[in-house]
Design a protein around this ligand. Structure first.
Ligand code: CUA
Length: 160
């Protein structure tokens, strides 16, 4: 026979088990079912070798890797992005391959899921699909010194 006190206890205990189990299931479903991941570490690079290592030897050059799929390299350094302007056709899926030459910078592109750290010695990859023509600004969002606020640029998405 379950008395009132036991019911009250169960009323607390069961949700406190169900809520973390539900959150665990949500994490597993989003990671393995929907393939949502944090941007991954895509390898290492010596900052001194950036200028001679593809794709960073040609920053800003759009390379077509598939039907309406492109890849573009970005190099961040104090206090500028190279390039500051990238032009892509509307509907394009663009993979940004980026690194930093000196200190930790960030890359945040408005209206997209690109929101990554650029760490010297490491390569970061993140892709985004630009459905609508327009201007998408990007900024450095890791404080990197006196000129941090000067680190910005834009992606111009053109009518195909
Ligand atoms: Cu680069 Cu802040």
């Amino acid at each position: 026979m379950i008395n009132r006190k036991t019911l009250l206890e169960l009323g607390w205990i069961l949700p406190s088990i169900a809520i973390p189990v539900g959150m665990l299931v949500a994490v597993i479903v989003s990671a393995f079912g929907m393939m949502i991941h944090v941007p991954s570490d895509e390898g290492t690079i010596l900052p001194a070798a950036i200028d001679s290592t593809p794709p960073f030897d040609q920053p800003g050059v759009l390379r077509q890797v598939g039907p309406n799929q492109y890849e573009v390299a970005i190099v961040a350094q104090i206090w500028v992005f190279n390039p500051r302007e990238i032009r892509v056709p509307a509907g394009a899926e663009v993979t940004f391959v980026a690194t930093s030459r000196d200190v930790i910078h960030g890359l945040d592109i408005e209206g997209t899921n690109v929101n990554v750290m650029l760490i010297p010695g490491r390569i970061t990859r993140q892709n985004a699909i630009f459905k609508e023509p327009g201007v998408y600004r990007f900024v450095c969002h890791e404080y990197c010194g006196a000129g941090h606020h000067l680190m910005f640029g834009q992606i111009i998405v053109e009518e195909p």
